[in-house]
Design a protein around this ligand. Structure first.
Ligand code: PXG
Length: 285
């Protein structure tokens, strides 16, 4: 059976799941989204994802037409209809259909789309051996423009950085903020380890407040590690002992080379391994 996709209260097969070309989500990237993951039939940190979605919407004056409770039920129903216990869920709220002008007041109703599909994982090899990343020339969105904490449908900056990464033979790319400080990668947050201590950019560096990032900070603290949310430069990355990325799709993935410089001894480090194992334990709960 074809994938069943939720649009505004009804499910459509993939072939028939269509939205208007006048939807401002398409015309202007006017909307917000979330990426969630289900493990063994349970969505990981559902409430945190829904809170972030509704906060993103609120920040852009977008009224989500259904309550978080109805949204949660629709997510589970979409997973069930597609027989997915382990899967990836994309939640999208668009401004809805309007005219060709920018005016969102002419879009009477926001649209909600829920797509549940199998997760496309990075190759297992990357988790064992670590990945290589490069710094992108595309600067992360300035928080005074559209704050990166808003998971908006405008991902062009991250897409340009991703293209630069791919052209350099890398699966991810590091983005700096306008001050030249480390921000995050295109769809993942970044962590460094130096002398047994963890460090990750503060959300005020202009990053997405990642839910996997929060989970890993919690796991590290539970394990008695020191975690600093702080200002980091590329120098800190280059001289780190270990580096890893976090994200809903990637989970926790080691980085062993940045801008052609091996991180630490160029192999996946012990603390990264420990946190990968702890994260596996957490999602299996
Ligand atoms: N930073 C950015 C810019 C993101 O878009 C993360 C960090 C990680 O956040 P979570 O909450 O997932 O730990 C994201 C995640 C994908 C994908 O397929 C992920 C995101 C966006 C688009 C695609 O992995 N967002």
């Amino acid at each position: 059976m074809s994938l069943q996709i939720y649009i505004d209260g009804q499910w459509y097969s993939k072939e028939n799941a269509k939205i208007s070309v006048f939807d401002h989500g398409l015309l202007y990237g006017d909307g917000v989204f979330e990426g969630l993951r289900s493990y063994g039939g349970k969505v990981f940190r559902m409430k945190e994802h829904l809170d972030r979605l509704y906060d993103s919407a609120r920040s852009i004056f977008l009224t989500v037409p259904i309550s978080p409770e109805v949204m949660e039920a629709a997510v589970y129903e979409t997973l069930r209809l597609n027989n997915l216990t382990d899967g990836y869920v994309r939640l999208i709220v668009t401004r809805g259909v309007g005219d060709l002008g920018l005016n969102p007041n002419l879009c009477p109703k926001a649209s909600v789309i829920i797509i549940a599909d199998k997760i496309s994982l990075y190759p297992a090899k990357l988790y064992d051996e670590g990945m290589e990343i490069v710094t992108s020339s595309t600067v992360r969105n300035h928080p005074a423009a559209v704050n990166p904490r808003i998971k908006s449908l405008n991902y062009l900056g991250s897409i340009l950085a991703k293209i630069e990464g791919l052209k350099a033979g890398c699966n991810e790319a590091l983005m700096l903020n306008l001050n030249g400080e480390v921000a995050e990668c295109t769809a993942d947050n970044i962590f460094l380890i130096k002398n047994g201590r963890l460090a990750t950019p503060h959300v005020n560096a202009g990053i997405l407040d990642g839910i996997t990032r929060r989970a890993v900070i919690g796991l590290a603290k539970e394990a008695g590690m020191d975690v600093a949310e702080t200002t980091l430069t590329r120098h800190d990355v280059y001289v780190a002992d270990e580096c890893f990325l976090t994200g809903t799709a990637a989970e926790v993935i080691p980085v062993i080379k940045v801008d052609s410089r091996p991180i630490g001894d160029g192999r996946v480090g012990p603390i990264t391994k420990q946190l990968i194992a702890a994260f596996k334990g957490l999602v299996a709960k």
